[in-house]
Design a protein around this ligand. Structure first.
Ligand code: HXC
Ligand code: NAP
Length: 285
């Protein structure tokens, strides 16, 4: 549960984290700051960002620029790029972390409800990617994208269908640009986290009774949810020069959750020892 990288691993790097005022964005940001990065955190709520920036600077020192930006508005995204360069000179990395999500049977969703999630997740990510990529390419600067997806980006999942569609698109974007923009020294990678407790995710995906009925740890071979520092360690590595040859990868950090739930016989973990003993006897052992 400790920081993994050498101190100053991100020194002199400026990193923008969308949705950086709360949850996993905030945890990644704190660690990047500890490693010497200049940080720009964005989301729709400036007051939340300002409080987070003050907390980060109090705990870790360093430079944090909080900027209000709705990732669905291209002009606002361009303004973030400009303001970040004015403050820090050059941008080195972008973490596309902002997301929207909720659970619902799909047939109960209005088209606006579908739009809102896909627009934040997919449009928000490609707007930020396009604005930052064009800027880097025109200035002949290298850069690193890290996109936060989910494991259902490739399995799909009922009850979070707009999010699954959005995240699948983000994964396609990650892999496509890893190839197309490598010639500009722009790397693109993704992280697919399993459950990591955050107020944002838990309140929307496990509301009320559901939190009592379904413990996410039950679905996970390691029988626990993720620790924020574990994710922050992986993200810092992918944003650092140590991962300079990693490009186009999606790294899963989920305690084995998605494979377990895809494995046809994984449910046999519920078979008690006595039953295994009985079956062994029946085989004549
Ligand atoms: C059905 C819903 C709904 C719900 C909103 N809508 N919530 N429909 N079930 N629970 C519908 C509304 O009725 C409306 O449609 C449309 O969606 C827009 O709703 P608003 O409330 O006006 O939108 P807004 O205020 O912009 O809020 C966006 C939001 C909200 C996505 C709905 O939840 C939000 O701000 N989320 C940001 C943070 C977040 O979601 N974090 C969790 C990420 S977790 P109509 O037709 O009525 O106009 C994550 C983890 C995945 O991604 C993996 C976990 C393991
Ligand atoms: P979170 O705290 O709710 O983070 C989502 C952030 O996105 C918020 O800071 C929110 O801030 C911002 N945001 C939403 N709409 C936006 C918009 N239109 N423009 C700009 N920012 C916007 O939840 P989290 O759990 O930390 O999620 C972070 C990332 O991890 C997401 O990509 C999520 O899909 C992914 N993830 C999380 C888990 C998990 O278990 N927690 C699992 C898998 C993947 P504002 O409301 O202020 O805009």
């Amino acid at each position: 549960m400790q920081g993994m990288l050498k101190s100053e691993s991100l020194k002199n790097k400026t990193i923008i984290i969308t949705g950086g005022g709360t949850g996993l964005g905030k945890s990644m940001g704190k660690y990047f700051l500890e490693l010497g990065a200049n940080l720009v955190i964005t989301s729709r709520k400036l007051d939340v960002l300002q409080n987070t920036a003050a907390e980060m600077i109090h705990e870790k020192g360093g430079n944090v620029l909080p900027l209000a930006c709705d990732v669905r508005k291209y002009e606002e995204v361009e303004k973030v790029i400009k303001a970040s360069e004015e403050k820090f000179g050059q941008i080195h990395g972008i973490v596309n972390n902002a997301a929207g999500n909720f659970i619902s049977p799909t047939e109960r969703l209005s088209h606006r409800a579908f739009d809102i999630v896909v627009d934040i997740v997919l449009k928000g990510t490609y707007y930020t990617t396009l604005a930052a990529g064009k800027n880097w390419i025109s200035k002949k600067q290298p850069g690193t994208f890290l996109n936060i997806v989910t494991t259902y980006a490739w399995t799909g999942s009922g009850y979070v269908v707009p999010s699954a569609c959005g995240k699948a698109g983000v994964l396609a974007l990650t892999r496509s640009l890893a190839v197309e923009w490598a010639k500009y020294k722009i790397r693109s990678n993704a992280i697919a986290p399993g459950p990591f407790p955050t107020e944002g995710a838990w309140s929307r995906l496990l509301p009320g009774e559901l939190a009592r009925k379904f413990d996410p740890a039950d679905r996970i071979p390691l029988k626990r949810v993720g620790e924020h520092q574990e994710l922050a360690n992986l993200a810092a590595y992918l944003m650092s020069d140590y991962s300079g040859y990693v490009n186009g990868e999606v790294i899963t950090i989920d305690g084995g959750e998605w494979l377990r739930n895809g494995g046809e016989f994984s449910h046999l973990e519920n078979v008690p020892t006595e039953l295994w003993d009985m079956m062994e006897k029946m085989r004549g052992k």
